[in-house]
Write a new protein. Structure first.
Length: 413
């Protein structure tokens, strides 16, 4: 117990230096927590902008449909969601969709503009509950019924067709039974999903309307799974593929559907590791300089203590306790300050839209804002490592004390 009291008193023998050192350690810990929260916020923005709008976290479809979509590669959905997919843990929701390619035309007969497009049939009610597709409307409104004659166009396709809410869209294509399709739909809204390539050909219609037009009654082309934890998509997809074995269906996680985003995720992890290493290196320098300067100043004192019979291991333990106490105190304060800063940036993200517009790349969108996402690891790890490093850097002075010769120490002091 007396060693603890001595260690605490020794820390404050040079009050200003201890305060400056602890202040640097607290600042480094809190800034690291804030930086990691900011990194995670940017990463989650990218993941959510891709997965929460169109693809979902997992897509279940017939083998080969993702590579080359075909009307005949369907899933039997006459009985609703497949039994092996119901009540599985970790699944937030399931959206069934059908998809078909057709020629889309808009405008007066003589000046009509025509462009190939992808018609996607959706259930507006399910999409509103589960995905963010309905929040992407920039003009007009979203679909309100699965069996209506309304259609919503992607922003790029609307520009090509010079279409606007209230216009008529003529659909010409081929149904699943080989017959020709000609239908007129009413444009009720324009959406911007953040993916310019997708928006250049996307048209959304009601699920039942699409089934009727393209002779797909009771069928779906894809099931889009939305998970509670997007990072568990690979494991969840493997489990779903095993459950669907023998049915000809395959489950693909977003890491496979969006390889560019998966690469960005790997780069982001590397950036986090580099950032942590940079901060920890600074922490080691700050703490070691303080501990070693204190050791050199007290060299004669240590020699006197050894001369009167104090055992070397007790002196070494005293130095380690001093470093440990300082780092524990700084780690706790740093975690508290970092948690407060991370909570602030999480509750009130900083909008940078005035500085730069959103940037689309590789199927994802970089949102111009600073947002924080806190998790237990990013809060506890910097503080815990700070505490360990504080004790670790004291090991070198402590090791030197084990071999200290009192006569030499008194002479040098």
């Amino acid at each position: 117990m007396i060693l603890f009291r001595l260690a605490w008193r020794n820390l404050w023998r040079n009050r200003r230096r201890t305060q400056l050192t602890m202040g640097g350690m607290v600042l480094a810990t809190s800034l690291l927590i804030f930086t990691l929260a900011m990194y995670d916020g940017m990463l989650w923005d990218m993941i959510e902008n891709v997965t929460e709008v169109m693809t979902g976290h997992i897509v279940i479809a017939r083998a080969g449909w993702l590579e080359q979509p075909g009307l005949h590669l369907t899933i039997d959905a006459a009985g609703g969601t497949p039994a092996w997919l119901r009540d599985r843990p970790g699944i937030r929701g399931v959206c069934g969709r059908v998809s078909a390619f057709a020629l889309l035309s808009c405008g007066p007969e003589r000046n009509a503009r025509t462009h190939p497009g992808q018609l996607v049939g959706i259930d507006p009610g399910a999409e509103a509950r589960i995905s963010r597709l309905g929040r992407c409307v920039t003009r007009g409104r979203f679909l309100d019924a699965a069996d209506g004659m309304d259609v919503v166009l992607g922003a790029g396709l609307a520009r090509r067709l010079e279409a606007s809410p209230g216009s008529e869209l003529i659909v010409v294509g081929q149904a699943a039974d080989g017959s020709m399709v000609t239908e007129i739909l009413r444009i009720v809204g324009i959406i911007d999903t953040g993916d310019q390539m997708r928006d250049g050909s996307l048209a959304l219609a009601g699920l039942e309307t699409m089934r009727r037009i393209f002779c797909l009654e009771g069928r779906l082309h894809s099931l889009h799974i939305f998970l509670d934890d997007p990072l568990s998509a690979r494991d969840a997809a493997a489990g779903l593929s095993a459950a669907a074995k023998g049915s000809g269906l395959a489950a693909s996680p977003w890491q496979v559907l969006q390889p560019q985003l998966s690469q960005v995720f790997s780069i982001w992890l590397g950036m986090q590791i580099f950032t942590m290493g940079f901060y920890y290196f600074g922490i080691v320098l700050i703490t070691f300089s303080t501990m070693y300067m204190s050791f050199l100043e007290r060299f004669r004192e240590f020699g006197m203590l050894r001369a009167i019979g104090l055992k070397p291991w007790r002196l070494s333990l005293l130095i380690i306790l001093e470093g440990g106490m300082m780092s524990v105190f700084a780690g706790i304060l740093g975690m508290g300050l970092g948690l407060l800063m991370g909570w602030w940036i999480s509750a009130a993200p900083i909008d940078l839209g005035w500085f730069a517009p959103p940037v689309s790349w590789g199927g994802t969108t970089f949102v111009p804002r600073i947002r924080g996402v806190l998790n237990v690891v990013n809060v506890l790890m910097p503080g815990a490592v700070m505490m360990l490093l504080g004790a670790a850097v004291a090991c070198y002075p402590a090791w030197r004390l084990l071999f200290l010769r009192p006569v030499e120490a008194l002479r040098e002091g």
